[in-house]
Ligand binder design. Structure first.
Ligand code: GRF
Length: 200
């Protein structure tokens, strides 16, 4: 039996190049029904609107993390979201929010996790003279960038790379990796079970 199309909400804070690729890659497994940004006026909102996707801005300013996450939950439940995709969303989510969406909440991170969690990834990869870096899509768990990996792609680090040239090379592979990983989840081919990504 073909699983029903999953209703996806994408959370962004910026330009939304991953969002654009997720929009372009929509197939029978998922449809993007809402884009939420915590920042007004960002490029990702324009990309969603150009594709005819509903958008909402929920600012975190002056709110506790729990109040902010509560507002997001209300918006997500209102559209009956099945899956939440973080795509350049620059806020840490409360443990309660993450637990509420366990197994249905994914993120993309520009390193080969578990290496280089957190920020300033490319700077640290270059400082450590790594010869390989990459991108990872993972289930989100309360601990930052620590959830089980669903899919990864590696890229070479070239001599003379700057954080920007490396970021560009990683971003190019993210654009294929993220839709591929989302389709695995949306078609029930990967699940979070007992803290592990289990594939079928
Ligand atoms: C990507 O590099 C992603 O790995 C990180 O934030 C960036 C988002 O870029 N989490 P964009 O807004 O999708 O262009």
């Amino acid at each position: 039996m073909i699983p029903p199309v999953k209703r996806v909400a994408v959370l962004i804070s910026g330009r939304g190049s991953n969002l654009q690729n997720l929009i372009d890659a929509q197939d029978a497994s998922y449809r993007i029904v809402l884009v939420i940004s915590n920042v007004e006026g960002v490029g990702g909102l324009d990309k969603a609107q150009a594709a005819g996707i509903a958008t909402t801005v929920i600012s975190h300013a002056g709110k506790t993390r729990e109040a902010f996450d509560g507002e997001m939950n209300a918006a997500l439940h209102a559209v009956r979201a099945d899956i939440i995709v973080l795509a350049g969303f620059m806020r840490i989510l409360s443990d309660g929010f993450v637990r509420g969406w366990e197994g249905r909440l994914i993120n993309i991170h520009p390193s080969l996790l578990p290496a280089y969690k957190g920020t300033k990834v490319h700077e640290r990869v270059l400082a450590a003279k790594e010869s390989v870096s990459g991108a990872s899509v993972h289930f989100v768990v309360p601990e930052l960038d620590a959830g089980p990996v669903i899919a990864q792609t590696s890229v070479p680090v070239h001599p003379g790379d700057t954080p920007q040239t490396l970021a560009d090379r990683v971003l190019a592979v993210e654009h294929k990796l993220y839709p591929d990983a989302l389709k695995l989840l949306a078609s029930d081919k990967v699940k979070l079970l007992n803290g592990q990504a289990v594939f079928s």
